[in-house]
Design a protein. Structure first.
Lengths: 127, 354
């Protein structure tokens, strides 16, 4: 049988463990390079165009206290009467470290007047 | 092909291929994280997990589009075939990036609470939360990555393996739903749905183009004057499939017969042999391969078969079906009944022009 080189031009044939035929390499190298550049640019655009996350910060530097009525359900919160009695009370949600919420601690005091101290979290202008 | 299994049989082409994958993934993630950290600062600064989740998720989706596009591109233009050769590494890398996305999302959104993160994932309210589509897709990608090695292809058989790995299409569909119902549900920018739509249209168009291309080829073969029935012998129905002069040296003509597998008729060194067009490895199109050093070499992964008996050269043991051929004048006559894989058939000889 006649032997033939898989990389011989003008009828090249790719075999993984042989060097890639020149015609294939000349064709693929610019495409692969452009693809690499394209995905990197796309990554930048995708990151840039993400939805604005909004503002938020933890008031770590100080402790704030509220006096009001504690409500445990459906989420732990305190209803703080406004200075002006005609205004509705302010509601402040209560959380603890991690994602355990404050419900378990609040349940025994549900509906009772309490004084709560802690760190304020701000998110999009709300506390 | 090899007689023993190794995690990866490295060669120069695989190293170059994987270097491109690594450069793409690292470059994508680095740019996404850097731009995200530079753009969103101060009170709008994003935490590392919140930046990492979309970076890994979009990266995996881009990679999956590449995985799905490589096959059709190689059928349309054989210069893309080197991209098919190591496609499994791209697939495994895609799974790993997708797994990273899932791990960060699970830890961030479902960790640090009363419930185990997996219980929390299963307790999401709603009939079909978008997260579950992502989990299902990841499960499919995991099975594909875990069975991507030739050991599994050999163990479960090429047809089962091929069908198993066709499940990349349901995985893609599930991921599109996951993204549509999830990330895109809260993104006001039209960029993301536009890019996802463009990706879907590209993948679908490439597959459609290949389908039409193959159909045209098959219909062209069927519509041509040959093959015609030539009752040369009572015991066999021979088909005239064309002239030896139609076939380039060391290449094949693919014969398409209704209701049968395609047949690859190779011409080499004054001889003609016919074998099934389907490679025993990953069902690659042998007829698009070439005779190299006396063996048919599959265009996808270079698996080799002797044209005269369909056997891989020792020490390999793969076998494919062969067909009886004869040459009358310069016409090639083919008996379309497949012989058991590995059956030796005397090649038909013809006079070469000098």
């Amino acid at each position: 049988m006649a032997d033939s080189s898989p990389t011989a031009e003008p009828d090249p044939h790719f075999i993984g463990w042989y060097p890639i035929p020149q015609a294939f390499a000349r064709f693929l190298l610019p495409i692969a390079t452009a693809l690499l550049g394209g995905v990197v640019v796309a990554a930048g655009v995708f990151a840039l165009k993400q939805r604005a996350p909004g503002t938020g910060h933890w008031e770590d530097e100080s402790t704030t206290s509220y006096e009001g009525v504690l409500i445990a359900e459906p989420y732990a919160m305190i209803r703080v009467p406004a200075g002006d009695l005609s205004a509705p009370p302010e509601t402040v949600f209560l959380v603890e470290e991690d994602k355990y919420g404050a419900k378990s601690r609040a349940q025994s005091l549900d509906g009772r007047p309490v004084r709560v101290s802690g760190t304020l979290l701000h998110r999009d202008g709300r506390r | 092909m090899s007689v023993t299994y190794a995690p990866v049989k490295w060669n120069r082409n695989k190293r170059i291929y994987d270097a491109f994958i690594a450069a793409g993934v690292v470059g994508y993630l680095a740019v996404f994280l850097a731009v995200g950290a530079l753009v969103w600062t101060g009170e709008q600064a994003l935490s590392a997990p919140i930046l990492l989740m979309p970076a890994l998720g979009t990266c995996a989706l881009v990679m999956l589009h590449d995985v799905l596009s490589v096959g059709p591109l190689a059928r349309l233009d054989r210069r893309f075939i080197p991209l098919v050769y190591n496609r499994r590494h791209l697939g495994v890398a895609t799974f790993l990036v997708a797994f990273g996305h899932a791990a960060v999302a699970l830890g961030y959104y479902h960790g640090f609470g009363d419930l185990n993160p997996f219980d929390s994932l299963l307790s999401i309210p709603g009939t079909l939360p978008f997260e579950w589509f992502g989990v299902a897709a990841l499960g499919i990608l995991f099975v594909m990555a875990a069975t991507s090695h030739d050991f599994w292809q050999k163990t479960v058989g090429p047809s089962t393996w091929k069908w198993l790995h066709m499940s990349v299409y349901p995985a893609y569909g599930l991921l599109v739903i996951h993204v549509l119902l999830g990330a895109l549900g809260s993104e006001p920018s039209l960029l993301y749905p536009a890019v996802l739509g463009a990706g879907f249209v590209t993948v679908a168009s490439l597959h459609l183009a290949v389908g039409l291309h193959e159909r045209r080829k098959d219909h062209g073969l069927l519509a041509a004057p040959s093959p015609t029935r030539v009752p040369l012998e009572m015991q066999a129905e021979w088909l005239d499939i064309g002239s030896v002069d139609e076939i380039p040296e060391n290449r094949a003509k693919v014969v398409c017969l209704p209701g049968r597998e395609r047949i690859a008729v190779f011409k080499y060194a004054g001889r003609v042999s016919a074998v099934t067009n389907v490679c025993a490895h990953q069902r690659g199109p042998l007829g698009e391969g070439k005779i190299v050093n006396g063996c048919i070499s599959c265009p996808w992964h270079g698996w080799e078969y002797r044209p005269q008996d369909g056997c891989s050269p020792p020490p390999f043991e793969e076998k494919i079906a062969t067909y009886r051929v004869r040459v009358e004048g310069r016409r090639i006559l083919l008996d379309p009944t497949p012989l058991p894989p590995g059956t030796a058939v005397e090649p038909a000889r013809f006079e070469e022009y000098t």
